[in-house]
Design a protein around this ligand. Sequence first.
Ligand code: ATP
Ligand code: MG
Length: 466
Amino acid sequence: MTCFSCLFGRRVSSSAKRHTEFGEELSGVHNVNLFTYKELRIATDDFSPINKIGEGGFGSVYKGKLKNGKIAAIKVLSAESKQGVREFLTEIKVISDVHHENLVKLYGCCVEGDHRILVYNYLENNSLAQTLLGGGHSSVQFNWQTRTTICIGVARGLAYLHEEVRPHIVHRDIKASNILLDKDLTPKISDFGLARLIPANMTHVSTRVAGTIGYLAPEYAIRGQLTRKADVYSFGVLLVEIVSGRCNTNSRLPVEEKYLLERTWNLYERRELVGLVDALLNGDFDAEEACRFLKIGLLCTQDTQKLRPSMSSVVKMLTGEVDINENEITKPALISDFMDFKTWNLYERRELVGLVDALLNGDFDAEEACRFLKIGLLCTQDTQKLRPSMSSVVKMLTGEVDINENEITKPALISDFMDFKVKPTPKTKPDIITASYNHASSDNMENSLLSSGTTCATMTFTAPSF
Ligand SMILES: Nc1ncnc2c1ncn2[C@@H]1O[C@H](COP(=O)(O)OP(=O)(O)OP(=O)(O)O)[C@@H](O)[C@H]1O
Ligand SMILES: [Mg+2]
């Protein structure tokens, strides 16, 4: 292991080869531990499958023993992550400068040729996704006290990233698999700043993690508006998961229980929130505190971003330092509301024209544009048989055949299609990127890491084959 500052010091000669390889790239980047590929190969027994402990959207994670005897989690970033050395190291520097009890510690990294590898402190008790939400495959017991400690710890870690680190860090991917637990079950947030290590046009594409979508604030998932309040939303979902012991989406449950947030809101309205608390606790919990936590979850996931509290307020509410105001709780933003019905709602209100791209500055044939949108609705109807053939679509688009308004029925629900992916928005949509920036600045985010990370997320979904 070598420290960059050492590379420029007297010990440079021992690393002369590496120094030559990186050349100018290293100047200005200090105090980041640098591992050689060989060192990490030895640590992981040549990246042996036996040592592989997981795989996420960024690549594979191996358990390894470093030269100094420490156990590490070694994350090999996937081939797409061919960020330039200097850019990569600059981001690494930001991450490794951040220290907090509730954040995973980055030991260092390896940048050799195409290899981009991160070396983290190894956490003994895996992630919340595998333990608490892993369907009983874990021996870890989560009593009520442990759960409160985890919720408060995660909130503190996130408040630190949002409000104390300069520039602020928006995590972007708060979810149960990114909350790791040490041997004492102290929670540690992992993967903060990681999205920044992936080239801007190749954002984290989480193809395998079907659960991700349930954590995303709709305004981020759909419009690419990334602010700290998107993290607050994800935290709210996580909080409800921890109290209830279930994942945000469970397609095996009856429709009214499938979506955790929707269920929480319904129970809240019926004043039956306590019914959501994990049955595995066998009633051994503080009901008032549990309901408070669930209400904080609802506060965090509200539709209007501005109404969501900051993470430091969340910490105070969780610890009981500040009371929550029940009257403040408004309905959560549900991704299904957002996606499914926008066009349909406007259609029903006879306001379809409002959907036409503003960049056209009104310079379009309104009747034709609305016709196109209605054809879109015809094509996306729930009942397949009602969808027109493509030759009919051509005739309708060209005006050769009229469309019959009475034929349009409600579109198929996006929530029925659960294989979601988060993809980068193509660069040809500068309007969305600007919108994202504007939003950021209104949230005092000018100096945050977001300001140079121009990622916008959009959502695509793959329908199951019929
Ligand atoms: N520092 C660590 N200590 C122990 N285990 C870890 C550590 N980092 C990652 N893991 C394990 O590796 C798994 C994969 O992690 P990874 O971050 O690559 O994927 P993910 O969190 O499931 O998804 P995503 O890529 O979206 O973050 C984790 O679920 C966890 O079990
Ligand atoms: Mg992760």
